[in-house]
Write a protein that binds this ligand. Structure first.
Ligand SMILES: [Zn+2]
Length: 178
């Protein structure tokens, strides 16, 4: 399993190489979503079943989200390791330079995929740290409960839906002046 430092290192390298092709937030979200669903499926994790008057972020809920995040992390790190060994062992990355343009394009695609995965890994680690610190499940901006349903779909969410919507609007406005 890659440590955070390793992931950050890898991230730095790949970000540098793929700097001119910046990912949009939506493509990142897409990857996160498909990876999460794969993890849930592989490890048979079903959604948390809430009982009446249950205290928010009680130990059962914390355990549920910890298993979910750890399963997701494990699935992702497997994928990263497989991809890295594929890059190392696949002879087509070294020989046969006849179709160089296609090769380069393929390689760039690979790098961008790795970059997104490394980003996601850092985000998952941050969520696990928040769980450990007791901050998990509360909005970073306004402090309200993010809510079990939203966390189930986005276990790495750090903002409630209102704050998230606001910051997306702000991001778009700032982006417009660049
Ligand atoms: Zn909020």
């Amino acid at each position: 399993m890659a440590t955070k430092a390793e992931v950050n290192k890898q991230k730095k390298i790949t970000t540098k190489k793929a700097a001119n092709k910046k990912e949009t937030p939506s493509s990142k979200g897409k990857l996160a979503h498909s990876e999460l669903n794969a993890a849930k499926e592989t490890l048979g994790i079903s959604p948390y079943s809430l009982s009446d008057n249950e205290e928010y972020m009680n130990s059962d809920q914390q355990t549920h989200f910890k298993s979910l995040l750890e399963a997701w992390r494990l699935n992702l790190s497997k994928k990263i390791n497989e991809a890295v060994s594929h890059l190392k062992t696949d002879p087509k990355h070294f020989a046969d330079l006849n179709d160089r343009a296609t090769q380069e394009e393929e390689f760039n695609l690979e790098l961008r995929a790795r970059d997104r995965e490394a980003d996601l890994m850092v985000t998952i680690d941050d969520a696990l740290k928040r769980l450990h610190d007791g901050d998990y499940g509360y909005c970073d901006e306004c402090g309200v409960e993010i809510g079990i349903r939203r966390l189930e779909a986005r276990p790495t969410a750090t903002e409630c839906i209102d704050c998230k919507t606001l910051s997306e609007i702000r991001e778009r406005q700032v982006g417009g002046y660049q």
